[in-house]
Design a protein around this ligand. Structure first.
Ligand code: NAP
Length: 245
């Protein structure tokens, strides 16, 4: 895809971390970027830096997100807004916390994509990029968060089939550990957070992930990167555990 063909992009969760870096990377690559998040001031600062249009909208506000998508007719959507939770066994989560995480990580993403697809299909082009996680591929000891990211991977895999022939592309980006505010938000207690957040390795930067997103979006229209897993060199997943050992 040439720079002249880049078109209009939406990045959700663009007030920090991966979303902010992606808005900057896409804008620098020729996309006309619209950015959403809840913290209006941070979003406005990012938008000014990127030359993007800011919309302070909660991703779970389906009517507002739908209105934005239908008004703008985005060529590229990066569904990035999401969060983790304090790591605990599943039964440690109150029902409302389970519902709240699924509402953001899963339902809001599905609703956003559902709102965008008819316009993309009618225009015969479009690209939906989700920010999933390695937790959507491997057990990472976080059943609730892992379930939410498995759902996103399943969504994208199925949309590849459903969307066949429409010209719309679907990509799930699956990062390992990225140095962002993710764990500060997920685990407010600093003492509980420290052993989980401090890895001692060189983690991915938000810019590393943004570059993967920028690249996938920049490829010619006949190339679909269905999934892209990336992790710090110093981090790996898998293995087996045995009770009592
Ligand atoms: N960091 C990692 O290690 C890692 C690894 C794999 C995948 N991920 C995924 O990467 C994505 C981005 O996370 P990050 O690491 O960049 O964390 P982050 O720095 O905490 O950024 C999260 C972004 O999501 C936005 N957000 C949260 N709740 C929202 C809501 N209800 N409505 C609209 N926006 C909302 C936040 O903005 P506001 O608070 O201003 O709304 C913020 O811009 C998430 O989907 C996460 O699951 C992260």
């Amino acid at each position: 895809m040439t720079k002249a063909e880049r078109g209009k992009a939406l990045v959700t969760g663009a007030s920090s971390g991966i979303g902010a870096a992606t808005a900057l990377a896409l804008a620098a690559d020729g996309w006309r970027v619209h950015a959403t998040a809840r913290r209006a001031e941070r979003l406005a600062a990012l938008a000014a830096e990127a030359g993007a249009v800011a919309h302070a909208i909660d991703a779970t506000d389906e009517p507002a997100m739908r209105a934005l998508v239908e008004a703008e007719g985005f060529d590229l959507i990066v569904a990035n807004a999401g969060r983790g939770a304090a790591i605990t066994g599943l039964s440690g989560f109150p029902p409302e916390e389970i519902a709240s995480m699924i509402a953001l990580n899963v339902t809001a993403t599905i609703q956003l994509v559902a709102a965008a697809l008819p316009g993309m299909a009618a225009r015969g082009r479009g690209h939906v990029i989700t920010v999933g996680s390695v937790s959507g591929l491997y057990p990472t000891g976080t059943a609730l968060y892992g379930a939410s990211k498995h759902a996103i991977r399943g969504l994208v895999r199925n949309l590849r089939l459903e969307g066949l022939g429409t010209g719309v592309r679907f990509t799930d980006i699956q990062p390992g550990r990225v140095s962002t505010e993710f764990y500060d938000v997920a685990i407010p207690d600093a003492a509980a957070r420290a052993p989980i957040k401090e890895t001692g390795i060189e983690e991915l930067s938000p810019g590393d992930v943004a570059e993967a997103i920028r690249w996938a979006a920049s490829l010619p229209p006949h190339v679909n990167i269905s999934a892209l897993e990336l992790a710090p060199t110093g981090q790996a997943y898998g293995g087996a555990r045995f009770a009592g050992r």
